[in-house]
Write a protein that binds this ligand. Sequence first.
Ligand code: RFL
Ligand code: PHB
Length: 393
Amino acid sequence: MKTEVAIIGSGPSGLLLGQLLHSQGIDSIILERVSADHVLSRIRAGVIEEGFASLMKEAGIADRMQAEGEVHHAVEIAVGDDLHSIDLFDLTGGKSVTVYGQTEITQDLMKAREASGRRSFYEVANVCPQNFDGDSPFVTFEKDGEAHRIDCDYIAGCDGFHGVSRPAIPDGVLTEYERVYPFGWLGLLADTPPVNFELIYIKHERGFALCSKRSESRSRYYLQVPLGEKVEDWSDDRFWEELKRRLPSSVADNLVTGPSLEKSIAPLRSFVVEPMQYGRLFLVGDAAHIVPPTGAKGLNLAASDVATLYNILKRVYQDNRTDLIDRYSEICLRRVWNGVRFSWWMTKMLHHFDEDKFEDRVRDSELDFFLADENRRRILAEQYVGLPYEPVE
Ligand code: RFL
Ligand code: PHB
C-alpha cells in the first residue's frame, strides 16, 4: 500500500490530523490497535478550548459540537464552603470554553473519516514504523494474521502514551521529563442532572473533587483517591457519599445521585519528551506528552500539535516548504511546556498532599492569593481558556 501520511492511532489526534489533511487533498492511512467501539468506550476529556473548536470548524466537523456543546463563560473554584467564580469571558476579553465530550468528538471524526473514503484499519497488530531517518519511511503491520506494508512520505505517531512510535526512536535521541503524583482520579459518569451549571474544582481537606458534565442530563464527577485504590472497592453509594462530603454545603443539597454508567481510576502524571520528532516521524498528542487532567489541557495540547503538523504538511505539499519540517518540535514544545506548567500548578494548588504540612499551608496561601483579586484571577483565566496557537511561517 502507498499513502502520503501514515497515521498510527485513531484517537482524537490521529483522526483530526487525517481529516485536516483530507481537507487539503492529502491522503493518509490510519492504523489502530483496538476496535472503533473500544476507542469510543474510553471516557476522557470534556473541556474544549476555542483554538481546538476553530480547528474542528476548519476540518468541517463542528456542526454537532456547535449544536450540542455547552459554551461556558465561567468556571468555579471551591475552597471548603467558599465558592469563587472565575469569569473567563470578562477576564479574557470575551473568550470561553466548550463542554463537549471527547467521545462525541471522536465519534464525529470517525463518521467524517468514513465519509471521506480514506482508508483506516482497526484491530491491527505489530505496527512498526521503519526507515524514518531516511527518505523512504514505511510502516508494517498485521491484520487478521496477514502481513502488510505501507510506503509513505511521513509517519504521524498519534498512538498515545503506551504506543509504539516513541519507543521506535533510537536510544539516546530523546530526553524524558516526568513527574508522577501520589494520587489518582476516580471518575464516575451518570445520567443525572449536573449539580451546577458551571464546572466546580474543589479543594478540600479530604482531597480534591471535580464536578463536570456532558450535558444537562449527564454528569461527570471525579474524586482524588490514593494510588493503589481499586475501582471495585468503590460502590456507587460510597462514591456519592464521599463526593457529598467534599462539596460546599450550598451545592451539596442539589446533588442528584443515580447508577453509574462508567467508573474508572486514572493515575496522574506529567511527562514530556524532547524532541517530538526524529527524521520523518512526528510524535503527536499523548505520544509525546501527558498532563494531569486538573487544567483540562491534555486533549487541547494534542489538538495544538495536530494544528502545527497539519500547517507544516500543508505547506510542504502545496509550496514545497520542506524547510518547515524541522520546526515541528520546537513550535509544539513552547505551547506544550506552558500547558504542562499550568496543569502541574493547578494540580499542586488544588490537591491534598499528605506528606508535608508546611507545603500544604503554602499551597493554601498560593490559591488564596490567586483568587483574591481580578488581575490575579485573570492569570488563571487566560491559561484555562488556552493560549493562542503559534503560526507556522
Ligand atoms: P489517545 O486518545 O490515547 O489515542 C491513541 C490511540 O492510539 C492507539 N494505539 C495504537 N494504535 C496502533 N498501534 C499501536 N501500537 C497503538 N498503541 C496505541 C490507542 O488504542 C488509541 O486509540 O491519544 P491522543 O489521540 O493523543 O489524544 C489525547 C487525549 O486522549 C488525552 O490527552 C485527553 O483525554 C486527556 N484528558 C483531558 N484533556 C483535555 O484537554 N481536557 C480534559 O478535560 C481532559 N480530561 C483527560 C481528561 C484524560 C483522562 N484520562 C483517563 C487519562 C480526563 C481523564 C480522566
Ligand atoms: C471532564 O469533564 O472529564 C473534565 C473536565 C475538566 C477537567 C478534567 C476533566 O479539568
